[in-house]
Design a protein. Structure first.
Length: 245
């Protein structure tokens, strides 16, 4: 930690977070709240954009505004990293990228398996952002005989019958499910049995996993419904304003 950083705020940082940051522990090891972890990922994306624009420092107000949060919440989130910013300067972009990356555990490249190589699966397989954020799509897996053996984005689609061997060979702990809902639970069960401990689920179904497995769901339809609600509310507000006029 730089000597230039303000020591006056050290007492505001939870001891576990300070110790975890010094040891380079993951967010989970430092007891960082899940909501903060999600926002750290957003801060990292914004900081990446700033870095690409050769911006070297950013104030908490600027970073908070770009991330869509208030500055007090941002400072509280970053306190879990043991990062205090420099008075009159703000945060060093590169340093903060490194600290957030270490906290999120993405300084170690992780191999990911993607199960279900349909339209969505192919699109995800071709997403360049994974590699730049520390993830490597190591295996594309499907049960459809017409898909198995096909090369997608430089990877040959492999048979789900070989799932156990693939997980072991590629040292996979994270998997992405993009299968139809009807088979997603079975795929999840097989992944867990093979040793996968983190699952990102795009299938439109709620999965049941053991307590030791981390599960995240991406429900695109639900997100669109939320946006539809906001559009309806904006339209109602506009009509109300017109009526009042």
């Amino acid at each position: 930690m730089s000597a230039e950083r303000s020591a006056s705020r050290v007492s505001d940082v939870p001891a576990a977070a300070r110790n975890g940051a010094r040891r380079g522990q993951s967010a989970a090891d430092s007891h960082v709240p899940d909501a903060t972890v999600a926002r750290l990922a957003t801060y990292l994306r914004v900081l990446g954009v700033l870095g690409d624009r050769a911006i070297t420092t950013v104030s908490s107000e600027e970073l908070a505004r770009a991330a869509g949060v208030n500055s007090a919440k941002l400072r509280k989130d970053l306190s879990y990293l043991g990062s205090y910013g420099i008075r009159g300067v703000g945060y060093h972009v590169v340093t903060l990228i490194e600290e957030i990356g270490r906290t999120l555990g993405i300084t170690v490249h992780r191999s990911v398996a993607l199960i279900g190589v349909g339209n969505l699966g192919e699109a995800l397989a071709g997403y360049d952002g994974f590699a730049s954020r520390g993830f490597r799509i190591a295996a594309l897996i499907d049960a459809d005989p017409t898909r198995v053996g096909v090369t997608v984005r430089g990877l040959v689609v492999r048979d789900i019958a070989d799932l156990d061997r693939i997980v072991a060979e590629e040292k996979i702990t994270i998997a992405v499910i993009t299968t139809p809902a009807s088979v997603a639970q079975n795929v999840s069960d097989r992944l867990v049995a093979a040793g996968v401990t983190s699952i990102l689920n795009f299938a439109p179904v709620v999965l049941n996993v053991p307590a030791h497995v981390d599960l995240r769901k991406v429900d695109l339809a639900a997100e669109l419904q939320i946006l539809s609600f906001h559009e309806t509310r904006k339209a109602a507000a506009l009509l109300s304003g017109v009526a009042e006029a």
